[in-house]
Design a protein around this ligand. Structure first.
Ligand code: ADP
Length: 295
């Protein structure tokens, strides 16, 4: 199940230069400046994951109210919407983390390469290996070295590697951190700056060789320079990985994503290519939100 891990080629070191970030006024300006966002001309990609009638509950309270949404292969999908609309809950359903909350449950389907990750007999730990997650606050394990942190997910899953050093280097290169840490791999992960710690957490996720990476406001605890580096990294990784990113920052969504989903009160209001959603929204609520009239 969740086949063909080896078929996806790994990304190489990230070498791109940060994009120009002279803070434009709106996400639509970002779209205009970037000529339609990343890879705007690319053909529509197939869905890597699809939610079908997804509902998520905390006890009896329904936080996600029947969402059908594709998460397209080797593309970045941004999930936007006002605080409390269900963005985090939604992406936590994509790797079965929602059910970890006591009293929480999910209804509907979440398909990964056509297979329902909630089907009987599917091991949630296995799902989380294929669908990795990066959280708001960088959370390296405090007792572990930089190298140890990169391998932490593999160790938790009892996956032994023939050549762990190779995997450490590859993941750190993919996370654009290698050059900064290659001589201090034995130092504590927590000795790094906030932005470096977040890239370390991204390396930890990449070391698992996931198919999909979920990111929940990955820049919200970072300064603008660290944020710009992570945005560049997301953009680069989006060429090789399927990424879903929650962000309350619409300019960020416009900069890094190919597709955007606007959620409001647990419902999907609109989903489209990012440049279309920000320049020609088809729903009034989307237009009101992206022009700052609520939220
Ligand atoms: P967002 O990410 O858009 O800010 P969330 O997914 O965090 O929204 O929250 C959606 C709804 O679910 C909100 O009403 C929130 O209060 C509720 N909620 C989130 N987490 C919990 C929880 N652990 N227990 C109960 N309700 C929760």
């Amino acid at each position: 199940m969740f086949v063909n891990v080896a078929a996806r080629s790994g990304v190489e070191a990230v070498t791109s230069k940060p994009a120009n970030r002279e803070q434009p006024a709106t996400a639509a300006d970002v779209v205009a400046e970037t000529d339609g966002g990343p890879d705007a001309d690319a053909a529509e990609a197939p869905a890597k994951m699809t939610t079908v009638g997804l509902r998520a509950y905390y006890g009896k309270s329904e936080a996600i109210k029947g969402i059908d949404l594709p998460v397209r292969d080797k593309r970045v999908t941004a999930i936007i919407g006002p605080s409390g609309c269900g963005k985090s809950t939604f992406i936590r359903c994509l790797n079965r983390m929602h059910e970890v909350v006591p009293g929480a449950h999910v209804e509907g389907k979440v398909l990964l390469e056509g297979e329902d990750i909630y089907a009987a007999g599917v091991d949630p730990v296995r799902v989380r290996r294929y669908v990795g997650m990066v959280f708001q606050k960088p959370n390296p394990f405090p007792t572990m070295s930089i190298a140890g942190n990169v391998l932490a997910g593999l160790r938790l899953n009892r996956i032994k590697l023939d050549n762990p050093s190779e995997r450490i280097e590859k993941a750190l290169r993919q996370a654009a951190l290698w050059d900064e840490v290659k001589d201090i791999l034995d130092r504590a992960g927590t000795s790094l700056s906030g932005g470096q710690q977040q890239r370390l957490c991204i390396a930890r996720t990449l070391a698992m060789e996931p198919e999909v990476i979920l990111m929940d406001e990955p820049c919200s605890a970072l300064d603008p320079i660290a944020t710009a580096r992570i945005e560049d990294l997301i953009h680069e990784l989006g060429a090789s990985y399927t990424i879903a990113i929650v962000t309350h920052n619409m300019q960020q969504a416009a900069r890094v994503s190919h597709y955007t989903a606007f959620l409001y009160m647990g419902e999907l209001v609109e989903y489209n290519e990012t440049d279309t959603l920000f320049t020609q929204p088809s729903e009034t609520r989307t237009e009101e939100y992206i022009t700052g009239r609520f939220g």
